[in-house]
Design a protein around this ligand. Structure first.
Ligand code: GCV
Length: 842
């Protein structure tokens, strides 16, 4: 009896432990696509043949990481603890080793010659007379990538029975850039503070850095520049080196080479020289010594990223030198160590005169770099943003990709969603990237898609490939929106295999991130695949670029912010028409930077695809598109349709209740509800701006007519005062109300509809410099209250801060008083824009 009591007590402890472990595994999104959740019982049988032991041939940090990963993954997914050993297998085993190390113990093993560099081969065979699963590669990193590939198959319930698969990376360069600052902020980062730096130094705890490197390695990313390209020269100071060594040490087991963004004027800023002229021998010597010093402590250091003569960064133009002079002096220092220089082609004059119709920022990269083709050292890589402007929702492919034949290049893609919703809007970018990568630039002949140009295949360049600006942060789910991690996964997968389809990527990611429930996979995949075009449709149609506030946050609407200033992101919309004329015949001549067959397509209005029309041509609002719609009606329609599709996300996601875990279900739902509301801000701002500017009404009479909307300034106000919003289109009818009384204010109106079930949307502004409180009541009954404490990029009322509260399930009667009370806080004055009352679907 006592023994049974004891046994029950032990069982209880074990159960509580298991429960706690389960709770500790709360799905924050931190594990991303490496969850290794238990495989569904029905699929387990598929892995019955998996050996019970794993051996590693060799002794290195990378191979050890691969072995640990397989053990960890198999334990999580199959509940089995693999026996671990080093050296030749003594029993049926999973074998991890380089080709050389496998051949050394099994001379009968013949490596496949279609697997090179970091490629790997997953196969089965006998070693020492025992059956083995073999994960082999020419390199240790390749073995690690093979280990992740095997685990991914199990997680996605793929069969591993007749394993014989070679995977080969598409390009040697597969790098991440982080724009982290030493003080812990991240430029254009939307997932919290830096995982690397805080208060001017490297963080004491680098465990997140290790986890990030693991995530990068799992999709084959092999390098990471850890700091902002607007570089802080202090990182190159001698005293900082030990801190960099710590990061490199943490990256190393995952095959991720650490690198740095550098300020070209460092020899002068921190080096004690009176110059940074790249042709001055003292400058060359300074870089040589600096690089030697780094490699002494970090032998696998990757190299430098350079942003120069761009947006205030110093560059070779100071001394009348070229980007080639600047890149080569650093490249010479790196060459003996195997390091590379990424020299960014994002070089442009941000003091362009907007009155001059021939001026065009889009031309800058080609104009600056094409004449230098062949002048760069062979360890220099020109890093080119995918479009000629700056990561807009839609741009044509940069013509520079097709214009460098004797120079290495890499494409720069932006994972962090600077102009594509800042991880508050769903915007899965692989469909956009895929269009870019597959675009044939006809460089010399047909069949020269961007992916082949950047990977060095077309012109037989020694290096080249892919750079992603990632900007993960300290947020639990790394990027701020659980679904945004699909962009990081997708970047890595496309860099590894540029022929993958966005659908395959979305499906893989969803299975790995949310499991194999078919309903969840189908819906999440559908949402992801549609999301870029939906975002584009309510923020920047027909190639007009993202019509956002380009002078501030790059987030909410700001149609005119790009005009009449020197930044060169002009769309030239006026009362007659819209678009930049970039033709050769009558415009800036940008279209002529493409090879003749491509240039011909963009030169004329007739042949330019609708989605890029306004990038290449200035046209009247009445022009009829290929779609049959006029330009103006397309602008109205696409914004309405986009906002409706954004509202659909909420319904789609709600259908997954119970199919995905509670934590992530709630986190994603909150983001989607916010997005649905913000898409309306976009819709109304853009449509009203174009209505007022063009004077052409919406053929469907939607723009300017908002059934059920009651403007805040038209309500009965107690304490609240009307204010003008700037720009006017970012608030309904250009006005809002604010409360500047400590004791709070109220705004009320009488409901005039018929009795029935209703929902109410309160449109208010949520700034980040205060946490106002709101309360809404219907005929003296409080029906909802909330605090405006979201973290939107805004310190004032406008398109960045405009958000909404939806209150559902209300029974309203004619004459009911609807009253909103606002209590200001800090600089935020409980601002309100309007209320919309809609009858609920019964
Ligand atoms: C790091 C855009 C961004 C800047 C960024 C720059 C760049 O202009 O808004 O924040 O600076 O691109 O890519 O260098």
């Amino acid at each position: 009896m006592r023994r049974r009591v004891l046994r029950n007590a032990v069982l209880a402890v074990v159960l509580v432990g298991a429960l706690q472990a389960e709770r500790a595994r709360a799905e924050t999104g931190y594990e991303a696509w490496l969850r290794y959740a238990p495989v569904e019982p029905a699929a387990r049988q598929k892995y019955a043949t998996l050996p019970a032991s794993i051996v590693v041939l060799g002794d290195s940090a990378v191979l050890a990481a691969a072995q640990r990963e397989v053990v960890h993954g198999v334990k999580g997914m199959l509940g089995r603890t693999l026996r671990t050993a080093q050296g030749p297998p003594q029993e049926k085993s999973i074998v991890l080793g380089t080709f050389a190390s496998v051949e050394a113990v099994a001379p009968e093993f013949h490596p496949r010659n279609d697997s090179q560099d970091d490629g790997f081969w997953l196969t089965t065979g006998k070693i020492h007379g025992v059956d083995c699963f073999i994960i082999a590669s020419p390199t240790e990193s390749g073995v690690l990538y093979g280990a992740f590939a095997l685990l991914s198959k199990i997680a996605r319930n793929e069969s591993i029975a007749a394993l014989d698969e070679v995977q080969q990376p598409y390009a040697p360069i597969r790098w991440a850039d982080q724009w982290d600052n030493l003080d812990g902020r991240i430029e254009r980062g939307y997932g919290g503070r830096s995982i690397f730096f805080e208060n001017g130094t490297v963080r004491a705890d680098l465990s997140r850095v290790a986890d990030y490197a693991r995530l990068l390695a799992s999709v084959g990313i092999n390098g990471c520049a850890i700091n902002n390209v607007n570089a802080d020269p202090r990182l190159l100071e001698d005293s900082f080196l030990p801190q960099l060594v710590r990061i490199a040490d943490v990256f190393r087991p995952w095959g991720v080479r650490m690198s740095l963004a550098v300020d070209l004027s460092s020899p002068k800023l921190i080096g004690g020289l009176d110059t940074f002229d790249p042709l001055d021998s003292r400058v060359g010597e300074w870089w040589r010594k600096k690089v030697d010093q780094i490699y002494q402590r970090i032998p696998d250091f990757g190299g430098f990223v350079v942003k120069a003569d761009s947006e205030g960064q110093m560059g070779p133009s100071t001394y009348g030198r070229t980007p080639a002079d600047a890149a080569n002096v650093i490249a010479r220092a790196l060459k003996p160590h195997g390091g590379v220089v990424f020299y960014r082609a994002f070089v442009y004059n941000h003091h362009l005169d907007w009155r001059e119709p021939k001026n065009d920022r889009a031309k800058a990269a080609y104009d600056n770099f094409h004449p230098l083709d062949g002048k760069f050292a062979d360890n220099v890589i020109i890093q080119i943003k995918h479009g000629p402007i700056d990561f807009q929702a839609r741009e044509p492919v940069s013509p520079l990709f097709g214009a460098l034949e004797k120079t290495n290049e890499a494409i720069e893609l932006q994972v962090t969603q600077e102009y594509t919703g800042q991880q508050r809007h769903l915007c899965f970018l692989p469909p956009m990237w895929k269009e870019v990568l597959d675009f044939d630039l006809h460089s010399g002949s047909d069949g020269t898609p961007v992916k082949e140009l950047v990977s060095g295949k077309t012109f037989h360049r020694p290096v080249g490939g892919f750079v992603g600006v990632i900007n993960v942060g300290m947020d639990a789910n790394w990027l701020g929106h659980p679904l945004a991690m699909a962009n990081l996964y997708g970047f890595g997968r496309l860099a590894w295999d540029s022929n993958l389809s966005p659908k395959t990527i979305a499906e893989e990611w969803t299975q790995l991130t949310f499991g194999n429930d078919p309903a969840a996979v189908r819906i999440i995949e559908d949402m992801q695949l549609a999301s870029w075009r939906i975002y584009e449709s309510y923020t920047g149609p027909l190639g007009a670029q993202t019509l956002t506030d380009i002078l501030g946050s790059h987030y909410g609407p700001g149609v005119e912010s790009s005009e009449r200033n020197d930044w060169g992101q002009w769309h030239r919309a006026d009362h007659e028409g819209i678009g930049m004329d970039r033709s050769v015949a009558t415009g800036t001549g940008y279209a002529g930077q493409y090879r003749a067959s491509v240039a011909k397509v963009f030169e004329s209005v007739e042949t330019t695809p609708d989605e890029l029309l306004l990038f290449f041509h200035h046209v009247p609002y009445t022009l009829v598109l290929h779609s049959g719609n006029t330009v103006i009606q397309h602008i109205y329609d696409s914004h309405y349709e986009g906002a409706e599709r954004a509202a659909d996300y909420v319904r789609q996601w709600q259908s997954l209740k119970g199919h995905v875990d509670e934590e992530r279900y709630a986190a994603v739902l909150a983001r989607l509800e916010y997005q649905a509301g913000h898409a309306i801000v976009w819709r109304d701002a853009i449509c009203n701006w174009f209505l007022r500017t063009s004077g052409i009404p919406d053929a469907k009479s939607r723009v300017g007519n908002y059934p059920g909307r009651i403007e805040a300034e038209a309500m009965q106000l107690q304490g609240y005062v009307p204010v003008d919003v700037v720009p006017w289109e970012n608030a309904s009818r250009g006005q809002a109300i604010e409360c500047r009384r400590q004791q709070g204010c109220a705004a009320s109106f009488r409901f005039a509809g018929s009795a029935g079930p209703y929902e109410i949307d309160v449109r208010y502004f949520d700034q980040n410099n205060g946490q106002s409180k709101f309360q809404i009541s219907v005929s003296d009954h409080v029906v909802n209250e909330w605090v405006a404490n979201d973290h939107l990029p805004a310190t004032k009322i406008g398109g960045d801060s405009s958000t909404r509260r939806r209150i559902t399930g209300l029974a309203l009667h004619p004459g009911d008083e609807i009253r909103i009370e606002g209590m200001p806080d800090g600089e935020e004055h409980a601002p309100l824009d309007y209320v919309e009352v809609h009858r609920s679907e019964e």
